[in-house]
Design a protein around this ligand. Structure first.
Ligand SMILES: *Cc1c(COP(=O)(O)O)cnc(C)c1O
Length: 388
């Protein structure tokens, strides 16, 4: 948690704002590098989790590539100095303009999600007079055991090419001469905390690889996606995911063929814990069975609780540095100012008695937080501050 000095520096910043602790970011990246490099893995950072340029510059400095899901993310990655040869581009609905732009940039690979997309990328590559490197994003039908809105690897989801379509895709592919098949791509979901889901993925990828091997199709790259979760409940105790266990699991269970390169795409696990949404209490109001602490931040700054029923640890910073036991603990529904009943960070939160003007920290907000902010209710765009 923040030292008192950081808390004091917050007093002069207009709320609400995002605070990013760059030391936490760097320590996480150092661990990722230390645990992935010995296995020869290439890790890409999923920009969609947090595309702030300050963060991208640091991430790039640790040798990660970029995983993009839109043309503008490709553009942002290049602006931040990522080498196009380390940029992958996924997404179930890439537009013609985005594809043409990315072909022009010479990105490493398109992760393709349907037969029709392959046809379109081929046509646009021909038009550009270039070859496009592609990986097939295969839907492995593996359950990530996470919230249904962030499960992506089941046949009921819109993502990827289903296993039963592979035969016909592979029949057509040799005719698409401006496409070069270099890999297979998988991504089963997000906020995965039970590593056995990744073990299931490895075993399924081994089977799928067998299918390609039996047809004498050489696959140079295996991309197993991202999805490693973080501890939203105990951000101080578990500030970093167990990267060692994560990468070791793939080393143990994923069958890698000679010369094959394995890729990962981590988003949340890189940035979630370095970000905090800091907000001020505007009003305390008595409800029927509860007290409402009404903040000056809401779903417009952090939509995750409303969108995914996600949990964020909430601290009253103004009371944090008072002697223990000097303030009674009361129960609050911590809500925002937006005209929606879903604008609630969490119900029944135990906090030291909270008053108008107190600063509240909503923790573990570095991923899918600021980037999902909106201007609904014509709210001002939330600002970002970084540790020195
Ligand atoms: C969102 C996404 C990721 C990153 O997911 P995290 O859960 O943040 O690690 C990786 N790959 C693809 C294709 C994605 O869409």
């Amino acid at each position: 948690m923040f030292p008192k000095k950081v808390f004091e520096s917050f007093q002069n910043i207009p709320t609400p704002f995002y605070y990013y602790d760059l030391e936490v970011l760097k320590e996480g990246l150092r661990r990722i590098k230390a645990e992935s490099e010995p296995h020869g893995y290439q890790v890409h950072y999923a920009l969609k989790a947090n595309p702030n340029i300050t963060i991208l510059n640091i991430v790039k400095g640790y040798g990660l590539g970029a995983d993009c899901v839109s043309g503008n993310e490709v553009k942002r990655a290049i602006e931040a100095g990522f080498d196009p040869r380390h940029i992958v581009f996924a997404g179930v609905g890439k537009s013609d303009e985005e594809i043409t732009y990315a072909i022009g940039c010479g990105i490493f690979c398109f992760n393709c999600e349907s037969m029709q997309e392959l046809e379109v990328i081929h046509k646009l590559a021909v038009k550009a007079g270039k070859k496009a490197r592609i990986a097939l994003r295969i839907n492995p039908n593996v359950n990530a055991n996470t919230h249904k809105y962030i499960t992506t690897g089941l046949e009921e989801n819109k993502f990827g090419i289903n296993l039963w379509e592979l035969e016909s895709v592979m029949e057509r592919l040799p005719e698409l001469k401006s496409l070069e098949l270099i890999g297979l791509h998988f991504h089963i979901g997000s906020q995965i905390t039970d590593l056995t889901s990744f073990k299931s993925l490895c075993l399924r990828v081994n089977e799928i690889q067998g299918w390609f091997v039996s047809r004498n199709i050489k696959i140079e790259h295996i991309n197993v996606g991202g999805g490693l979760g973080v501890d939203y409940h105990e951000p101080d105790k578990n500030q970093y995911p167990d990267f060692k266990a994560y990468f070791s699991l793939f080393h143990e269970f994923l069958e890698v063929r000679p010369g094959q390169q394995v890729h990962f795409e981590l988003g949340r696990a890189v940035v979630a814990q370095c970000g905090t949404l800091v907000s001020k209490v505007l009003y305390i109001k008595k409800g029927q069975n509860t007290n409402f602490a009404i903040l000056d931040a809401g779903i417009t700054e952090l939509i995750r609780p409303a969108l995914y029923q996600s949990y964020h640890s909430i601290d009253n910073l103004s009371k944090k540095f008072m002697p223990a036991g000097s303030v009674p603990v009361l129960r609050y529904d911590v809500v925002g100012p937006i005209c929606e009943s879903s604008d609630c960070f969490r119900k029944a939160v135990d906090l030291p008695e909270t008053e108008r003007g107190d600063l509240i920290a909503i923790r573990t907000a570095g991923a899918y937080g600021e980037v999902m902010a909106s201007s609904y209710n014509l709210r001002d765009r939330v600002k970002a501050f970084y540790s020195a």
